[in-house]
Write a protein that binds this ligand. Structure first.
Ligand SMILES: *Cc1c(COP(=O)(O)O)cnc(C)c1O
Length: 404
């Protein structure tokens, strides 16, 4: 059992008032709040060991380098990668995906096929479209059903010897649906295709095991899992990272530079050109420690309770429709009220202190599927409470009365 009041005390922002009301923060799918230990670790880095890494022989540079590499080791353990050099620091999920699509530009040939799903965030659609435009490869899309679940038979039917890459998210940011990625990975591999998993929405809720999943790439952001913005991780299997060309050229990623020929550094440095977000990378390790201390089993159990409670309470509201009613879900609820624009509901409940996301959630194809402009999305974290859900439901009811 989690002591939620004690956990809430770790997050200074949660005791704020917004528009004169206590803040109810239900926009965790966009970014999570940060516990004091994470904020402190960022300050401590700049106060005590700030220096550039992997370069100087001086003491501070070595301390900073050690802390950065310790953090890489923590991530490696956390996601159960085989090697620490399979863990690349990035600025976020978007960066990680673009690093991979850029690499595949030198691998794909015209008429090769890339499979994405219609449940993806734009950052796992657009880079693949750009890749297909560049290479002449063809983009294929896995459709969804009325419950917001991938139609797996349709995925099976799309696969062929032409399929070179398959990419899906682990958990949908717009609907909260958890995808059957183990099945997708194994099936894609049986056709020789590489698989990238967009884990941005999964890592706040669960601990992925990349070896057990056997995915080729797994990308995620630090800021959705209590870490700093501008941090992220791309896991890549060693054989794939060796095969892909570097993403950016610059300092840090080279072995030797002459005007005749430059040779690249070994992994992971080949993909880490320039001075990275050193503080952020180190502090991401602090965030992971914090989450592991709470325990992902506890987090999942409690968040599931919040999801069930919110689903039940919201369903009391007449004319409210929930999108993404599949069985396997994370603590995200997307909904609309008949005849009312989601933006209007969002604006009114914001005045009442409730922070939710309204709009297309960077997933326009899903909104097009349901023929709606967007949804109201409440996404819960382990620091949220049932009382806050009650406040949201009351506020949504008020908005409904005001707007109808
Ligand atoms: C947030 C999110 C992204 C993009 O993450 P950034 O941190 O903005 O790079 C990609 N995919 C999913 C599923 C997301 O939720």
């Amino acid at each position: 059992m989690l002591d939620i009041q004690k956990i809430r005390a770790d997050f200074p922002i949660l005791s704020q008032t917004v528009n004169g009301k206590p803040l109810v923060y239900f926009d965790n799918g966009a970014t999570s709040q940060k516990p004091q230990v994470v904020i402190d670790a960022e300050v401590k880095y700049y106060q005590e060991i700030n220096a550039n890494i992997h370069r100087g022989v001086h003491t501070l540079s070595q301390l900073a380098t050690d802390a950065y590499e310790v953090s890489r080791g923590k991530v490696k353990e956390h996601i159960n990668a085989k090697f620490a050099h399979e863990v690349l620091f990035t600025s976020g999920t978007t960066h990680g995906i673009n690093l991979v699509t850029n690499g595949f530009a030198s691998i794909l040939k015209p008429d090769d096929e890339v499979i994405v799903s219609s449940l993806e965030h734009h950052s796992n659609i657009v880079p693949w479209q750009m890749l297909c435009e560049k290479t002449g490869a063809v983009l294929k899309v896995i459709p969804i059903n009325e419950n917001g679940e991938l139609i797996i038979e349709a995925f099976d039917a799309l696969l062929s010897e032409k399929t070179k890459v398959v990419t899906v998210n682990h958990i949908s940011n717009a609907l909260g649906i958890i995808n059957p990625i183990k099945y997708i990975i194994d099936k894609a591999h049986s056709f020789g295709a590489a698989v990238l998993i967009d884990g941005a929405q999964a890592v706040p809720h669960l601990k992925p095991d990349v070896q057990e999943l056997d995915c080729d790439f797994y990308a995620f952001s630090g800021h959705k899992m209590c870490g700093p913005t501008g941090t992220g991780i791309l896991y890549g299997k060693e054989e794939w990272l060796n095969k892909l060309p570097p993403y950016q050229g610059g300092g840090e990623m080279i072995k030797e530079v002459t005007f005749e020929k430059t040779t690249y550094a070994d992994l992971p440095h080949k993909f880490e050109a320039g001075t990275p977000n050193i503080a952020g990378g180190i502090v991401l390790g602090t965030a992971i420690d914090y989450l592991n201390n709470i325990g992902f089993d506890n987090i999942q159990e409690y968040e599931h309770e919040l999801l069930e409670y919110a689903t039940k309470r919201l369903s009391e509201i007449e004319g409210l429709r929930i999108y993404g009613t599949g069985k396997n879900k994370a603590s995200v609820i997307s909904f609309n009220i008949d005849g009312i624009h989601p933006y209007d509901v969002g604006s009114i409940i914001d005045k009442l202190g409730i922070a939710v996301r309204t709009g297309h959630h960077c997933a326009q194809p899903i909104m097009n599927f349901f023929c709606i402009p967007g949804t109201i999305r409440a996404s819960f974290s382990f620091y949220n409470t049932k009382e806050e859900i009650d406040q949201m439901v009351d506020s949504v009811k008020k908005a409904q009365i005001m707007l109808s």
